[in-house]
Write a protein that binds this ligand. Structure first.
Ligand code: 13P
Length: 272
C-alpha cells in the first residue's frame, strides 16, 4: 500500500533518544547530562536518554526540571513476583523513567527476546503509562534475500498486539493522543555500530511500509500519529538527511549519544 506521509509529518513531534547501552559510569553520565543541560533548548523535539538501569533515578534527578526524558533499556512484563534479576514497569516509573526501549536487536540476539515477549513488554509498559520504544530490524542476509518485509511485518504485528490489547494507553508528553504513547524504532541490525547506513531511499521505503502496516492493524489515524524512529549509525554528519525523510520522525542513537556535541547536533538536525 503506498503511503503519503509527507503531508502528515508536521503533526508528529520529533523525538531523539540516546541509547547509552552498557556505557557511561556515574561520573561520566553526570558530566554528559550537565553538558546537555548547558546546551541550547530544543522545543521542537522530545529528547531522551536511556542510561544503565542503576543510573535511571540519578539521571532523572540530575535532569531536574528540564524537559529531558529519562528511560530504561529493558523491562520485564510481570509487575512483581519470583522473577530474580528482573525489573517491572512500575519500578521503572518509580525511578523516574518515562519510556523504555524494548526489542532491541541486542536483546533479541544476545538474550533471546522473542516477538511474543516484546508484545507483552509493550502491553505492560503502556499499562504503567510508560512509553515503549519498540525496536525492529533485519539482518543483512534478510535484506539481501528479500525476507525483510515478512520479518518486519511479524515484528510490528507483535508490537501492535501489545498495543491493541491495552485499551487506554497514555503518554508522558501527550496524554491526549494515544498514538504518541508509543514509538517504533527501525534499526537494521547491519547498520548498528558499523558506520554503515541504508540509503535514504531504503530508509524511507521501510518507514512507509511500517506506517502502512500500522494502518492495516491499528487504523489510519493511529498510523499517522505514531512516531517511527530510525536507528543505526546515526551521526552528526548524516542526521540531517535521514531526519528530513517524510516518514522518519526522529532517531534512536547509540555511539553518537555518548558525546554531548554529536548528540546535540543530531537533536538540532530535527529543527525546521
Ligand atoms: P549506533 O548508533 O551506535 O549504531 O547504535 C544504534 C543503536 O543500536 C541504538 O539503539
Amino acid at each position: 500500500m503506498p503511503w503519503d506521509g509527507s503531508r502528515k509529518k508536521s503533526m508528529r513531534k520529533p523525538i531523539v533518544i540516546g541509547n547509552w547501552k552498557l556505557n557511561l559510569h556515574r561520573e561520566e553520565a553526570r558530566a554528559l547530562i550537565d553538558e546537555l543541560l548547558r546546551g541550547p533548548a530544543h522545543p521542537w523535539a522530545d529528547v531522551g536518554v536511556a542510561p544503565v538501569l542503576t543510573l535511571v533515578e540519578a539521571v532523572k534527578t540530575w535532569a531536574n526540571k528540564s524537559p529531558l526524558l529519562v528511560g530504561a533499556q529493558n523491562v520485564f512484563y510481570e509487575e512483581k513476583g519470583a522473577f530474580t534479576g528482573e525489573c517491572g514497569p512500575r519500578f521503572l516509573a518509580e525511578a523516574g523513567a518515562s519510556f523504555c526501549i524494548v526489542g532491541h536487536s541486542e536483546r533479541r540476539t544476545l538474550f533471546g527476546e522473542t516477538n511474543d515477549m516484546v508484545g507483552k513488554k509493550v502491553q505492560a509498559l503502556l499499562k504503567a503509562s510508560l512509553m515503549p520504544v519498540a525496536c525492529i530490524g533485519e539482518t543483512l542476509a534478510q535484506r539481501k534475500d528479500g525476507s525483510l518485509w515478512d520479518l518486519l511485518k511479524a515484528q510490528l504485528k507483535a508490537i501492535a498486539s501489545g498495543i491493541g490489547s491495552q485499551s487506554n494507553p497514555s503518554n508522558p508528553s501527550n496524554q491526549a493522543n494515544p498514538a504518541m504513547g508509543i514509538c517504533i524504532a527501525y534499526e537494521p541490525i547491519w547498520a548498528i555500530g558499523t558506520g554503515v547506513t541504508p540509503t535514504a531511499n531504503e530508509v524511507e521505503e521501510v518507514h512507509a511500509f511500517l506506517r502502512a502496516t500500522l494502518a492495516e492493524t491499528l487504523g489510519k489515524a493511529f498510523a499517522n500519529e505514531t512516531r517511527i524512529l530510525y536507528g543505526g549509525s546515526v551521526t552528526a554528519d548524516n542526521a540531517k538527511a535521514l531526519m528530513a525523510l517524510p516518514n522518519v520522525d526522529g532517531a534512536l542513537v547509540g555511539g553518537a549519544s555518548l558525546k554531548a556535541g554529536s548528540f546535540s547536533t543530531i537533536v538540532a538536525s530535527l529543527s525546521a
